[in-house]
Design a protein around this ligand. Structure first.
Ligand code: AMP
Length: 395
């Protein structure tokens, strides 16, 4: 994997695909700077080599050229974080942009307007990619959040830089950290898979079974497993058409010597609401009309003891409806167990789908070894897929 650390950018115009798809408030101010901070090391690396940076990104899902999706809104925050005044040009291809790039000096940063103002970006259009490619003599991809998309700026463009392309530091560290779990993970390796639905995690589970020793299953998806084994789950979330799949996963896990840990009890509620009446139930005798919305106290203990023995931990998906206070305890308990194991020397990675939201909400970010920045991209890596953005850099 060739990264920015292997290249001297002196005198180069470096086109960097970053992920500045950040949330904005009603005043169009950036409310979460994580993604800009995550791109900083790569940008600074180029500037310190005396190169200049042309940054390109998407922002949201514009239909037209709506002001709320303009990357101009990000310039102030990006300038503060990078410590240089970021220049801005109000398109991403064309003569004005080419002129702005031509005038760019070493140590300067130019941010282009939202790539998705052109529909050709998402279409992976070759001519559009070629027009972007004119804006630099070196290409770096550091946008992990969109690396699973074969868009013009994330994949197609790389063809125009057969030699002059490399991984940004963020993209490289996402790959490295996943490898620390799935390739070089110290045993015992434990994966915690939670979240709403089995259907969205089947491929992940099947792909990781060869690489793990323990599989903890929690969240809404666990009820499909409990029902498949003959349990009564009341009104809990279930995917009736995935009962066979659940049994098949359990069979495969057994064949591969993976210990599967399913919840033994649940916090049940009489409605899907913060105001619901709640109780604790054994997992396979949940009364009619009641639904399991969090793991129960005995399950917390069991999950925590498996985690305490683990050297490598992958966490994908909450074990309860953590967005509602009465059903957040299981996810917090689990987070604390992972934090404790990490403190004792285990390597822990959180990523894929929604789990990062839970980690941020309960302040676990600094207590785990690595938090992935890309939900969909991490999920696809966990599924064993080669991401188009990564493939394009290595071909
Ligand atoms: P995912 O995006 O697949 O990781 O799923 C995350 C979602 O699963 C969160 O919004 C949780 O509220 C939801 N979830 C977790 N546990 C349950 C449960 N027992 N019943 C319903 N939804 C759940």
């Amino acid at each position: 994997m060739k990264t920015v650390n292997d290249v001297n950018f002196k005198g180069k115009k470096v086109l960097i695909r970053v992920d500045f798809n950040v949330p904005l408030n009603d005043n169009l101010e950036v409310t979460d700077t994580n993604r800009i901070e995550a791109a900083k090391p790569t940008i600074i690396n180029v500037l310190e080599d005396d190169g200049c940076c042309v940054l390109m990104s998407h922002l949201g899902r514009p239909k037209d050229r709506e002001e709320e999706f303009s990357l101009r809104n990000v310039v102030k925050t990006a300038s503060e974080i990078l410590g240089v005044q970021v220049k801005f040009v109000d398109d991403c291809i064309g003569e004005t942009v080419e002129n702005a790039v031509a005038n760019l000096k070493s140590g300067e940063v130019l941010l282009l307007e939202n790539l998705r103002y052109h529909k050709e970006e998402k279409e992976g259009d070759k001519t559009f990619a070629q027009n972007l490619a004119k804006l630099g003599n070196y290409y770096i991809n550091d946008a992990f959040g969109t690396a699973h998309r074969a868009h013009a700026s994330t994949a197609v463009i790389a063809d125009f830089f057969p030699e002059n392309k490399c991984f940004g530091l963020l993209l490289a560290s996402e790959v490295d950290n996943l490898n620390k779990v799935l390739k070089d993970g110290k045993t015992p390796v434990t994966a915690i898979i939670g979240g709403a639905k089995v259907s969205s995690k089947i491929t992940v589970i099947e792909n990781i079974l060869d690489k793990i020793d323990h599989l903890i299953i929690g969240g809404g998806m666990s009820f499909t497993f409990i029902k498949a084994q003959g349990g009564s789950i009341g009104a809990s979330l279930v995917e009736e058409d995935k009962l066979d799949v659940a049994l098949d996963i359990l069979k495969k896990a057994k064949e591969k010597g993976v210990d599967v840990h399913l919840p033994v009890d649940a916090i049940i509620a009489d409605s899907f609401s913060e105001m619901a009446t709640t109780d604790v139930s054994v997992i396979d005798t949940i009364p009619e009309g009641w639904m399991g919305l969090d793991v129960g106290p005995k399950t917390n203990e069991i999950f925590a003891s498996v985690i305490a023995q683990s050297q490598t931990i992958l966490w994908n998906g909450p074990v309860g409806v953590f967005e509602m206070e009465p059903f957040a305890k299981g996810t917090i308990y689990l987070g604390n167990a992972i934090a404790e194991a990490t403190k004792n020397g285990a390597f822990s990675l959180v990523g894929g789908g929604d789990s990062v939201a839970a980690v941020k909400k309960f302040n676990f970010t600094k207590k785990v070894s690595y938090v992935s920045t890309g939900g969909g991209a991490m999920l696809e890596m966990l599924e064993g897929k080669t991401l188009p953005g990564i493939k394009a850099l290595t071909e």
